[in-house]
Design a protein around this ligand. Structure first.
Ligand SMILES: [Zn+2]
Length: 264
């Protein structure tokens, strides 16, 4: 399993590495990317990445909790959380998000990344969107990736898009978050996934209404991996192989971003 995973990730990285130019904005992770001498006594902190699997399996049973308004940035409020969508056959988005996040986490951990999740399982309630953003901020995460799948009923709607906060509310939301979005887009494209044909442009979506992105003080994106209401795409989203491929694409994008911005 480990060697297969490594093989898949390496294959994606080879391709992603060729297509991701590297503007280096200031104010991101400041860990040196230079080689460290083996004799150095200063052990380097492993770079931290926060993975945020959207929604949660217990949300539906606690509307009183998840409908409570919380700060959403830009002076607005939003419900604490939502239940998420599902395929027509009943595969729930929260389960997809959880599974893909675990797979991304395994791939990143194998590369020496310290992975932090915003929820410990897929059976609880919440946390609220503002708390999810706070997890990344507290950790000083080099990158924050929220993982979702969409539920559009627009005929023929399919493909992934990567959202980032725009207009940016702090330095991390400017160049760094856009660079992270571009890197994750490159990773998913290299994995053979089509960009959205119904939202955003060329797989990227600047948004001012997503609380987790608005409240982030770290480079942050939200990935909508595909449209669960599109039967063809739902089949991919529902399959173990498909979820592993999504995870490999996302992980490749994160690693590419960390390399460009000094995380490795
Ligand atoms: Zn969602």
């Amino acid at each position: 399993m480990r060697s297969l995973v490594g093989l898949v990730l390496s294959g994606v990285l080879l391709v992603a590495g060729c297509s991701s130019p590297a503007p280096v904005p200031s104010g991101v992770a400041r860990v040196s990317s230079g080689a460290s001498p083996a004799s150095s006594s200063a052990a380097r902190e492993p770079v931290a990445v926060v993975l945020d699997p959207g929604h949660n399996g217990g949300n539906a049973r606690r509307p009183d909790v998840i409908n409570a308004p919380v700060p959403a940035g830009r002076g607005r409020t939003k419900p604490c959380n939502t239940t998420g969508t599902a395929t027509d056959r009943g595969y729930a988005e929260h389960a997809f998000n959880w599974d893909v996040a675990q797979r991304v986490g395994s791939l990143l951990t194998a590369r020496g990344v310290r992975v932090i999740y915003t929820r410990p399982d897929d059976s609880g309630v919440g946390p609220c969107v503002d708390e999810r953003a706070a997890v990344g901020n507290r950790a000083g995460a080099a990158a924050v990736v929220s993982i979702h799948a969409d539920g559009s009923t627009v005929a023929g709607a399919r493909g992934f898009h990567v959202a980032y906060s725009s207009p940016p509310l702090n330095e991390a939301q400017g160049g760094p978050s856009v660079a992270l979005a571009e890197a994750v887009r490159a990773g998913l494209s290299s994995g053979g996934f089509p960009v959205s044909n119904y939202l955003g442009a060329e797989g990227l979506a600047p948004r001012d209404d997503l609380a987790g992105l608005n409240l982030s003080e770290r480079p942050a994106v939200l990935v909508e991996c595909g449209n669960m209401r599109n039967p063809a795409e739902a089949a991919v989203l529902s399959s173990v192989d498909g979820r592993q491929r999504y995870a490999a694409g996302i992980a490749a994008g994160v690693v590419s971003f960390l390399r460009q911005h000094g995380g490795f």
